[in-house]
Ligand binder design. Sequence first.
Ligand code: GTQ
Length: 348
Amino acid sequence: MSMPELGRLEDLPQDYRDDLTAQNLVPLWPSLRAVLPPGKPAPRTRATAWNYAALRPLLLKAGELTPIEKAERRVLVLANPGHGLEKMQASSTIYLGMQLLLPGEWAPAHRHTPNAVRMIVEGTGAYTTVDGEKCVMERGDLILTPTGLWHEHGHDGDQPVVWLDVLDLPMVYYMEAAYVTEGNAQTVTGDAAGMAYQRGGVVPAPLFVRGTSAYPMLRYAWADVRMALQTLARTQPNIEAVQVAYVNPETGGDAQKILGFSALMLRPGETLNLPARSTALVFHVIEGATSVSADASSFALGAADTCCIPGYTPITLVNASAADPCFVFVADDAPLQKKLGVYEVRRP
Ligand code: GTQ
């Protein structure tokens, strides 16, 4: 059905408009189509890619220009131009940053309301201590630092360590609920508290009592996730997509409450068509190379490259290799959208 054209602001007499403004009033009809466009939203989020080889020298340069004490978190934010770079948003709800920690450096303990995860990009010897649990950081590992939990980053190795931060900061900031509390270095109470959750199908239950921690597993080792993907590919060759979700092992639900995380294996030569969904998506290549295409945009991504695609568009990924798999880390805001009842999948 065609939509009738609505009255414009300019159609109203200036003195009437001035009277409205004086009382903090705004007529809806000139803006109605902008806030409720027909059929699908008009996202600010623009399909955007960030090339790791190109940003890496700038991140290392930040290591020379700004000592850790002057940065607290030495991060270059992957900002979406559709939102304006100063907003520091990859999408409406997702913040992405590449964080550098140099050997011997220390990013002090703090806790904040936004939830974060780290996807380790390069280097060894660094660790994040979350709620007293020391989590080593290796390429491809996912480490959660959920809302309210103390976290600090340290580095005992001898090469730079870089990781991708994924936070729901834009969402929590929009809610005017974003703030931080600075703290003292944590006492490490364990470096393996979550290890008992690493095997699917069983959870700790001492004296028949299940755990009650909201975030029982803080580190998802890439070696395990990679093996799960390869097992899935081998045992279910007809599966539509070789994909696993990062979940809370106590509940089986999403690992975090606002953003959702999964890992995807593109089999050699595979073309994968993802249906249009209401969520914007972030793709970060862990291993291999793939193209990511949506509407008029197409990006060729290699290892450590990252891109963001707005919601409501079908997406096609094509593994660039006919011989090797490609492994991709995926983030979206489906957990939030599902809770709010606005989540949609649009199959053709
Ligand atoms: O490492 O705690 O990219 O607090 C932005 C805010 C990282 C962190 C970011 C943060 C952190």
